[in-house]
Design a protein around this ligand. Structure first.
Ligand code: HPA
Ligand code: MG
Length: 223
């Protein structure tokens, strides 16, 4: 007898709102950040384990070759670790996966419509080069979803063969536009997280564990 999927059956790790995290005292936290974060939400080792599984899942779901595009800057650590693992995996045909690596810088700005808009670093020539390619966009976090929806709309105009999105984090926020990536590492509560290349005003990219920023940290690094 098949059971209909419950709303909690998701193909990723769900960190519940009441998850307390881990005390800072039980991990190595750089001294310059010790008062700027509240708790460890996801230890670095767990991130790497989850990234390895994502690499495996994406590779076996891929026919032929793949152009992996890192969405800068926050996606760079995830991209490096993910592609390192994907190189060692096999695609749907059981062959090693030919990987092309590319980088895009995306700036979102919001107009009066709720969809937002983006400006991207690709030249017109680079955009035209996407035609017929199988793309994988590698993003650190989906929050409102507005940036990704606008980026996808823009890239689709250049007729890639396919576009899939992997995001390491998906935030549960009332501001979400409902967009869900093809692959997700962790669904997280509506907290501001830093570490593993995710920043707050360019700080915390050198922190390995993913932590919840503290009120003191927000004030210390405010712009
Ligand atoms: N951390 C870092 N960058 C972000 C976040 C976050 O929680 N949400 C959207 N961008
Ligand atoms: Mg990002």
């Amino acid at each position: 007898m098949s059971v209909p999927p419950s709303p909690v059956d998701k193909n990723w790790i769900v960190i519940p709102d009441d998850f307390p995290g881990y005390p800072l005292s039980q991990f190595i936290i750089p001294s310059h950040y010790r008062d700027a974060v509240e708790r460890v939400l996801i230890p670095h080792g767990l991130i790497l384990d989850r990234v390895e599984k994502l690499a495996y899942d994406i590779a076996k779901d891929t026919e032929g070759s793949l152009t992996a595009i890192c969405v800068l800057k926050g996606g760079h650590q995830f991209f490096a670790d993910l592609t390192a693992k994907m190189k060692k995996r096999t695609n749907a045909q059981g062959n090693n996966l030919p990987l092309h690596l590319d980088f895009i810088k995306v700036k979102s700005y919001h107009n009066t419509e709720s969809t937002g808009n983006v400006s991207i670093s690709y030249t017109e020539q680079e955009l035209k080069g996407l035609k017929g390619k199988h793309l994988l966009l590698v993003e650190d976090i989906i929050d409102t979803g507005n940036t990704m929806v606008a980026l996808l709309a823009k890239l689709k105009q250049y007729e890639p063969a396919s576009i899939r999105v992997v995001s390491l984090f998906l935030k549960r926020t009332p501001l979400s536009n409902g967009y869900q990536p093809d692959f997700v590492g962790f669904e997280i509560p509506n907290n501001f997280i830093v570490g593993y290349a995710l920043d707050y005003n360019e700080h915390f990219r050198d922190l390995d564990h993913v932590c919840v920023i503290s009120e003191h940290g927000k004030a210390k690094y405010a712009e």
